[in-house]
Design a protein around this ligand. Sequence first.
Ligand code: BGC
Length: 727
Amino acid sequence: MIDLPNRTCNNMTASWTKTLRSLSVAGIAAALAFTPALMGSANATPVRPWMNTALTPEQRADKLLKAMTFSQKVHMTHGQKIFKGDKAIPGIGWIPPIPELGVPQFVQSDGPAGVRNGDDLASKFPSPIAYAASWDPSIPYLQGRVAGEEARALGTDQLYGPGFNLARNPLGGRGFEYYGEDPYLSGMMAAANVKGIQSNKVIATLKHYVANNQEMLRNFGSSNVPERALNEMYMKPFQIAIAESNPGGVMCSYNQINGVHGCGNYYTLMTSLRHRMGFKGYVGTDHPASWSPTDLKNGLNVEMPFNGMTREPFIRAAIAAGKMTEKDVDDRVRETLTVMFRFGLFDRDHKVRPINVERGYQAAKKIAQKGAVLLKNKNNALPLSTASSKTIAVIGNPAKDTKAVTGDPIRAFADQFGSSATKAIRQDNALAEITKRAKGSKVTYNASDDTAGAVASAKKADTALVFVAQSSAEAFDNETIELSRSDQDLIDAVSKVNKRTIVVIYTGYPVAMPWLNKVEGVLNMWEPGEAGGAAVASLLFGDVNPSGRLPQTFPAADGQWPANTFSQFPGDGLGMNVNYTEGIWIGYRWYQKQNLRPLFPFGYGLSYTTFKYSAPRLIATSGGKNTPIKVSFTVTNTGTRAGSSAAQIYVGKPQAGLPVPVKELGAYQMVHLKPGESKTVTVTIDPLQLSVWNDQLNKFVVKPGVYKIYIGQNVDNTPLYLTYTVR
Ligand code: BGC
């Protein structure tokens, strides 16, 4: 197909003749069919060879770039905010069109938990850590596919997500928006999310690149990260996502990396992202995160609103001073245009369509169900049945008011903004959904601050469900992993009078549970999104068997976590110098090294059935440095309900040279089994998961030697063991 309506015979140039020659027969017929009308046009517009969709995005970008003036190129190096009501298409970032060249407007919106364009309502999905907790790539894919579809419907070309900075420390305020503490799991889950978003021809954005692991002084501080940790931990999820999903966008982060700003950092943006990882998209800043026009030379494509560093006079001055060249501008603009062509921005309009509300709700429900993690289930208290729970006491505001937070006014305010603060179209609640599901049983409700009423109801009930929440939001780090004092007191009071007390937690990050022994069940829903009520009811009653597993270790108490000195977090000068002196030792790697027992280990989660792992086998027991390892094993459902087990395969690299963790996640596979069923699965461990970063060579290296392979249900429960030799 070619775009012809705007062309006239008067403007037929040599390149147009060339374009015609390159057209298919059908294309020429189409061209001729348009000719009479075009010949008569009085308002002639120039020929636009870049509108020929038979060309590759790269060829189209080249042709357009050649036709651009310097000012038009500079126009493409920065975006602006769209203020509500200002333009027809709402968005969080916007590059205005260049009508004389047919360059369309470029509309960008948040975010990781659903479209947030500052104006419209959209489906609100659970906090993204829930997607990772599914250990099932079809879940982040689903979220991406539906959010991408809604983005297209709302006229957005680019979504700012997935966000997947590693959880270095549970106090990092945006942990709820990310995918946990492991580079491999994070990278694979982000890749699935990108594929979902981009299946709609909406550009996905990997953010925030890189080492952006706290909120304190996030715009100014320097993350001082040893090179090995930077590459092996913090950049690796981006590397995996790029290799697996070819994302169109990367958002460079606010923070400095080793003293150089994230959006002007040649090492992270050029040496690593483009040259080593092979990123083919365009880099836009966080809002705002550019500090010099020479950021363009160092790998930045687009400055988003807006420090104004890429205004034309500044760029001209930098070129005149010999600090950068016009070619730097050309290179960056070509990359941006290539992405715009690749995703069809020149070939579509921004027509706004209605969102499919029901589809979004059903997707949000499935994601909440699959991400939920059952943490305790003593005496098989769950699932509930209407036979044994004739009276159910539902207690706590989050069951009814999904905006309920801990009562801290700052946080209550904070919950209303941030890039994941999508405004839901439809919002259910647990109390209504439980009441519906428990038909025939009596369901009572008491608010969080009505302890006396809650105790009275719980005393009379067969089951007490206590809902507690722990909120977090962009721009704030967390202060503690403890629930509020009042929520803890409520759990204590209720559990004293009701033996079957189940705690349901709405949270985006780990929770300490000094009260754990007092209750029979704990169901962690994360922040469950617009369909959280239906999801929680289906899980509590066993319509859905919980299969989520923790993508982040739950510490035993405040302070039991890596990077726990002031100089490490929030850093010297209250965040000006954040010293990653712990190196690669974060998450479960750190707990193993310290020999510490957390409350719940990485990968942990229960089910209403049980699983047995057996018959481990290597398809080949040795291979070369670039050979993937294939491991097979059998998983059996030993219980009486259908269920899914997240099989986890960990690698222990040879202890030669640099220190290496005892176990690191190398592969995983969600296995679905009927009661009594067995399945033999074969998984592949990519050689990247065997490698260690080598500072001198600036690359990952696989050492020859004996590798340990552990298979099981969480990092601390790996009953199967094999060894493999790399020659
Ligand atoms: C956040 C980004 C977000 C951007 C646009 C920034 O403050 O860090 O995650 O995409 O704003 O809303």
